[in-house]
Design a protein around this ligand. Structure first.
Ligand SMILES: Nc1ncnc2c1ncn2[C@@H]1O[C@H](COP(=O)(O)OP(=O)(O)OP(=O)(O)O)[C@@H](O)[C@H]1O
Ligand SMILES: [Mg+2]
Length: 464
């Protein structure tokens, strides 16, 4: 069973604290407790809990309030719940002022404690995720994974197998903009469903390994304890901890420093993480999805990427083909984005694409993949007032559009009634010869065939 959270409980009444511990362990929490004030602050900090339960009347020399004040001063990022026999309002107010989140008078109802504990943990995870996303811009996920081409269907099937097998580490490769993050989010959603967790209940964290400043990346990933380095004024959870039992997406892994790659490998193999300067190994429960647009195998052969990490990652790998190799998806995605953006920008008048616009999209190479397609459709929807988006609307937006235009117009659509391939070949060869003034070398080049093939074809069609 996965650990829902870490709890430290302090109460001098052994009966109470062991009942609390047993009850919470049954709910899936890792619980540590102690009944004396000895080294309690240090022990709490070392355990790195999510929630601390503190008895107010622990001991004369050290009350629960003293511990609460001390751990807050140490910068411990945990929620504190006070337990007391004293039901006076002053005591409760004092607890809240010192930063406790809840206050229970004894004897308490264990079921109530379980519910509150669950709520606090959910809030901690949610808050961590929101905070993180606020700091890190992350492309949004409004659509789910769109695609029907055979290769996407195959990827979805494979992804399903990885979800069923509860794969802990998954590698997603593909060119920039091909949908690696979309696939990672798809895996996350499927996993939540599989595990019976409500959508959005377990966190999804995306970290771009290249976007983090060099000196921060390590503590961002693994966390640190207070004093681990000059600027470490408080404890800080790393992303592996924050992701809890959700999904952690490590983007652009191909650019990660070699020494960090070694640390990452250890985390993935041992499924534990230790904060910088820390002494406890905390369990890693998140599914870790790493992505790259680099050829990791080549990089590992050239020394730019650790071989052992590459082998580890390639055990469960999904490769997204570039959009140009997913012809069946181009128009599907284009129509999908058109619908999405015309509703978003309230441009209900736009009905669809003209035939030549569709041809141009099919002929274009999409170097920026799905992201480029999405951006172009968004721009057209915002800027155009037409009912139909035509080739002329699209082309100025396509990188290297002149080439695309040429290809688009050269693309021959098979007519309903069929055609004669030989007749077409003969006609094209004649055109090439005319255009080059019968220069056969140039004509062959124009047709993309060898001089010998051209000579052979010319004979065949009696053009000599
Ligand atoms: N199959 C898909 N269905 C719907 N939208 C998609 C799909 N693939 C990609 N997109 C869209 O394209 C954009 C880029 O996708 P994503 O961020 O997943 O690409 P990426 O491969 O992670 O790119 P990069 O390498 O630059 O990080 C997203 O905004 C998403 O909306
Ligand atoms: Mg990405």
């Amino acid at each position: 069973m996965k650990i829902r959270g870490r709890i430290f409980a302090v109460d001098d009444d052994e009966l109470i604290v062991s009942m609390l511990a047993r009850g919470l362990k049954k709910e899936g929490y890792a619980v540590h407790f102690q009944t004396t004030p000895q080294d309690v602050v240090a022990n709490i900090i070392a355990w790195q809990p999510d929630i601390v339960f503190l008895d107010v009347d622990l001991a004369e020399e050290m009350t629960g309030f003293d511990i609460l004040a001390a751990i807050k001063k140490e910068g411990l990022e945990a929620e504190v719940v006070m337990l007391t026999a004293d039901d006076s309002a002053e005591s409760a107010i004092r607890a809240m002022k010192l930063g406790a989140i809840e206050y229970f008078t004894k004897p308490f109802n264990l079921d109530e404690i379980k519910i509150i504990t669950g709520n606090i943990i959910d809030n901690i995870r949610r808050k961590a995720e929101i905070d993180y996303h606020r700091k890190n811009t992350c492309p949004y996920f409004e659509h789910g994974l769109v695609g029907e081409s055979p290769c996407i269907m195959e990827i979805i099937r494979k992804a399903e197998k990885l979800v069923q097998a509860r794969a802990e580490t998954i590698l997603v490769t593909g060119e920039s903009g091909s949908g690696k993050e979309v696939l990672a989010r798809h895996l996350h959603c499927r996993r939540q469903k599989e595990e019976g967790v409500g959508q959005g209940q377990s966190p999804f964290f995306a970290v771009n390994c290249t976007a983090l400043p060099e000196n921060l990346i390590e503590s961002e990933l693994f966390g640190h304890v207070k004093g681990a380095f000059t600027d470490a004024r408080t404890d800080k959870k790393g992303i592996f901890e924050l992701a809890g039992d959700g999904t952690l997406l490590l983007d652009e892994i191909g650019d990660m420093r070699l020494d960090l790659q070694a640390k990452l490998l250890r985390v993935l193999e041992e499924r534990t993480v230790r904060r910088l300067g820390g002494s406890v190994d905390l369990p890693v429960q998140a599914t870790v999805i790493v992505t790259t647009n680099k050829d990791l195998q080549a990089a590992s052969e050239q020394g730019g990427f650790r071989k052992d990490l590459f082998f580890r990652l390639s055990a469960f790998a999904l490769e997204l083909p570039p959009l140009r190799e997913r012809e069946d998806d181009i128009l599907l995605l284009a129509r999908h984005f058109l619908r999405y953006f015309s509703s978003k920008y309230l441009k209900k008048g736009i009905k669809g694409f003209s035939v030549d616009a569709e041809r141009a999209m099919l002929a274009y190479a999409w170097p920026g993949n799905v992201r480029e397609l999405r951006n172009i459709i968004e721009r057209c929807v915002v800027l155009e007032e037409m009912e139909t988006i035509t080739r002329e609307h699209l082309l100025p937006n396509l990188a290297g559009w002149a080439d695309a235009a040429a290809v688009a117009s050269a693309r021959i659509i098979l007519p309903e009634e069929g055609l004669s391939l030989e007749g077409l070949e003969k006609d094209l060869i004649r055109q090439a010869l005319e255009r080059t003034g019968a220069n056969q070398t140039k004509a062959a080049k124009l047709l993309g065939i060898s001089y010998d093939t051209l000579r052979y074809q010319m004979k065949k069609f009696a053009l000599v």
